[in-house]
Ligand binder design. Structure first.
Ligand SMILES: CC(C)(COP(=O)(O)OP(=O)(O)OC[C@H]1O[C@@H](n2cnc3c(N)ncnc32)[C@H](O)[C@@H]1OP(=O)(O)O)[C@@H](O)C(=O)NCCC(=O)NCCS
Length: 180
């Protein structure tokens, strides 16, 4: 892990509201299958993009997605719906950040809004040599932000415990998830 370019001095903390974002995209025929239902991968791409904006705003530097937690799709999204993504920072570690994304779909004809999915993503800030780099601390201002932060700490513990047990694909020709 590398520190800060400015003689190792960490920058001041940043608030959750300084990086939160709401993004919206109209779903078009190329986003969907022949039945008019939007592909899960399209929604996942928008989730990654929205969370990436939050991480970029917080760090103002290079970031990569390190992991995405379990992702369930609760309701289908259709061609013509507006996909709305609300993303904000829940937790900052030393070089990593957890971003929560709430996904809704709006039927533009009726105004009905449905909760489509929620996701938690971990981003890691990188320096010019692509090594993890320290990120600004997070300033929690509201009870809601403090609640989200406590829950994110629990998820981080679980995530790192799972990671330490996982089997990796580092042996050529052997992958634990599927045949090559
Ligand atoms: C993410 C990546 C930088 C981590 O590198 P690493 O050498 O494992 O880094 P470290 O062990 O020093 O961990 C750095 C931080 O990342 C966190 N981290 C690492 N892997 C993680 C994972 N799978 N999930 C959540 N957090 C993770 C660590 O907890 C640590 O956080 P902290 O500094 O806040 O305590 C590296 O695995 C990578 O570059 N992966 C590819 C990312 C990418 O290209 N994403 C786009 C998809 S192709």
């Amino acid at each position: 892990m590398t520190g800060w370019a400015n003689n190792g001095a960490a920058p001041p903390p940043k608030t959750v509201s300084q990086s939160r974002v709401i993004m919206a995209h109209m779903m078009l025929p190329q986003d969907a299958n022949p039945a008019g239902i939007v592909h899960g991968g399209v929604v996942m791409k928008h989730i990654d993009d929205a969370a990436g904006v939050v991480a970029l705003r917080h760090t103002r530097g290079n970031v990569v997605t390190a992991s995405i937690d379990r992702l369930d799709f609760h309701t289908p999204v259709f061609i013509g719906n507006l996909l709305i993504l609300k993303a904000s920072l829940n937790l900052v570690g030393t070089t990593s950040m957890e971003v929560g994304v709430c996904v809704e779909s709006e039927d533009l004809k009726t105004g009905e809004i449905r909760h489509t999915a929620s996701a938690y993503l971990t981003f890691v800030a990188l320096d010019e040599s692509h090594r993890p780099r320290a990120v600004p601390p997070l300033l929690l201002e509201s009870d809601e932000e403090r609640r989200r932060n406590r829950q994110a700490q629990d998820r981080r513990r679980l995530r790192l415990a799972e990671k330490s047990h996982e089997t990796t694909c580092r042996t050529p020709g052997v992958c634990p998830t599927a045949q090559r």
